[in-house]
Design a protein around this ligand. Structure first.
Ligand SMILES: [Zn+2]
Length: 130
C-alpha cells in the first residue's frame, strides 16, 4: 500500500521555503508526542507548539478538488473516509497534548498559507490548554 504520507511534496517544499525566507524557525520530520502515539506534522514550530499540515486535495478530500475515483468506488470511499477521520483524530490528539494545529490545502498559494501561519504564530498562546 502506498503511503498517504508523502514527504517533501512540492506544495510542502514551496511553503517551507516561503516560511524560511520570512525568517520563521521551524522543523520538519519532527515527531510530536501525543498520548497514544507520535505524530509527524509536515512543519513543526516546537517552541510555539504549532503543528502544520499541508493536506493533499485528493487524499484529504479538499472541498474544491476532492474527487473520488469511479472505479473501485467503495474501496476509495472507505479509504478516503478513513484518511479524513484519521486527520480529525490527529488534530484531537495534538490539541489534547497542548498543540495547536494548522492545516492548509496543497492548492493554496504558499505565500497565503505562510501569511496565515505567521499570524497564528503571532497570537498569544498562554491560554492554550495543557
Ligand atoms: Zn484543493
Amino acid at each position: 500500500m502506498r503511503s498517504t504520507k508523502r514527504t517533501d511534496t512540492s506544495p510542502e517544499l514551496a511553503l517551507r521555503s516561503v516560511l524560511h525566507r520570512a525568517g520563521a524557525r521551524f522543523r520538519k520530520d519532527y515527531p510530536v508526542k501525543t498520548e497514544h502515539r507520535s505524530v509527524r506534522p509536515d512543519i513543526v514550530f516546537p517552541a510555539r507548539r504549532l503543528a502544520v499540515f499541508v493536506d493533499g486535495c485528493f487524499w484529504h478530500r479538499c472541498p474544491e478538488h476532492g474527487t473520488q475515483p469511479r472505479a473501485h468506488g467503495d474501496f476509495w470511499r472507505a479509504k478516503l473516509d478513513r484518511n479524513v477521520e484519521r486527520d480529525r483524530e490527529t488534530d484531537a490528539a495534538l490539541e489534547a497534548a497542548g498543540w495547536r494545529v494548522f492545516r492548509c490545502w496543497e492548492h493554496e498559494p504558499p505565500e497565503e498559507a505562510a501569511v496565515r501561519i505567521l499570524s497564528v504564530l503571532d497570537q498569544r498562546t498562554e491560554n492554550s490548554r495543557k
